[in-house]
Design a protein around this ligand. Structure first.
Ligand code: A3P
Length: 286
């Protein structure tokens, strides 16, 4: 018996579907897809393919954790599974639900300069808000009738005040959502990633993230090349080169510089509240 035991071949490690140990919680249009794809260059990272929307959509949450697990990729022991759904950040129920799954989950929050983010959001909503486009939850904030309106008319009310009811502006008020996460998770469990720096030079940002996730440093310059036509870095591993889809890195419409200045001024105090919450000044222009 003992001999037979000794002769048994060594056990092959078996992949399994595991609940995510890290989540990219948002913010939409700040580079959430780029961040996930870049992290996936790491051999110890596995990613859920689509946005699962488990924690923010009641109909999905009602299906339970085993349903969520079934949406996860296969991973080996020691690998980290990451899922991203940018609407997690702004949905009130999500922090508590995430904690109920795993109170030590690591959270990645990618942000961009708020006015740039708002214009990016407008650009995306406008591109989808055609009468023939299929219904999408985000469109309730941007009906087809808004499609033809310039950003300036949506972001600024007729009386000249900032239209904070306009979703692209509201979502850029990061502190308004972050405080809820900080009531549920300790600050050290949330890494704030500067999305503007990730666009400019991804490697130093990824190094920080690898450290935060407890991963060995593996993603380096060899994994990126700058694509002049796209105007962004594209990704490279041993077998393929890949740029993000054309819906990532869209051309933004020209926005009246006076409106940009007005919005930047409006955001100063809100950005300061965000810096105070995260304990870091992101240096956004005033
Ligand atoms: P724009 O299309 O407005 O430029 P998300 O994935 O969260 O929707 O974010 C989309 C944004 O990711 C894009 O907004 C783009 O600026 C940014 N981004 C960051 N790195 C990128 C990359 N390497 N390639 C393409 N887009 C990138």
């Amino acid at each position: 018996m003992a001999l037979r035991k000794r002769l048994r071949p060594p056990r092959q490690p078996r992949p399994a579907r595991r609940l995510p140990q890290a989540l990219i919680i948002g913010v939409r249009k700040c580079g959430t897809r780029a961040l996930l794809e870049m992290l996936y260059l790491h051999p110890m990272v596995q990613k859920a393919s689509g946005e699962v929307h488990f924690f923010d959509r009641d109909e999905n949450y009602a299906l339970g954790l085993e349903w969520y697990r079934s949406k996860m990729p296969l991973s080996f022991k020691g690998q980290i599974t990451i899922e991203k759904s940018p609407s997690y950040f702004v949905t009130p129920e999500v922090p508590e639900r995430v904690r109920a799954m795993n109170s030590s989950v690591r959270l990645l929050l990618i942000v961009r300069e708020p006015v740039t983010r708002a214009i990016s959001d407008y650009t995306q909503l406008r591109s989808r808000a055609t009468p023939s486009a299929p219904a999408h939850p985000a469109l309730t904030a941007h009906p087809a009738s808004d499609a033809a309106k310039p950003f300036e008319h949506l972001a600024i009310s007729p009386d000249g005040s900032i239209n904070i009811a306009y979703r692209p502006i509201a979502i850029s008020l990061y502190h308004a959502y972050l405080h809820r996460w900080l009531e549920v998770f300790p600050r050290e469990q949330i890494l704030v990633v500067n999305g503007d720096l990730l666009i400019e030079d991804p490697v130093p940002q990824l190094r920080r993230i690898e450290k935060f996730l407890g991963l060995e440093h593996k993603i380096g310059r060899k994994n990126f090349y700058f694509n002049e036509t796209k105007g962004f870095y594209c990704l490279r591993n041993d077998t393929t080169d890949k740029c993000l889809r054309e819906t990532k890195g869209r051309k933004h419409p020209r926005v009246d510089p006076a409106v940009v200045t007005k919005l930047r001024k409006f955001f100063i105090q809100h950005n300061q509240r965000f810096y105070d919450l995260v304990g870091e000044d992101l240096g956004w222009p005033e």
